[in-house]
Design a protein around this ligand. Structure first.
Ligand code: ZN
Length: 70
């Protein structure tokens, strides 16, 4: 089993599939049972259940822009 994904508000993440607007990068706006995300390309906000979010995320870029593998 994979360890739980460690994310923090303000982190940037890259998802496996692009948003309909074409953006791949999202900022974390909420952390809990649901994960809040804001699309960095169009600014739209979404909420995803944590399990679904963890399946969709490809990489956590971190708040400082330093990439690390998931
Ligand atoms: Zn978007």
């Amino acid at each position: 089993m994979r360890p739980p994904l460690e994310i923090h508000i303000g982190d940037r993440v890259r998802l496996r599939k692009p948003h309909p607007c074409g953006g791949y990068e999202w900022e974390i706006t909420r952390v809990g049972a649901d994960i809040g995300l804001r699309c960095l390309t169009c600014g739209r906000r979404v909420l995803l259940p944590r399990g679904k979010f963890e399946k969709r995320v490809k990489a956590v870029l971190g708040g400082d822009g330093g990439a690390r593998p998931t």
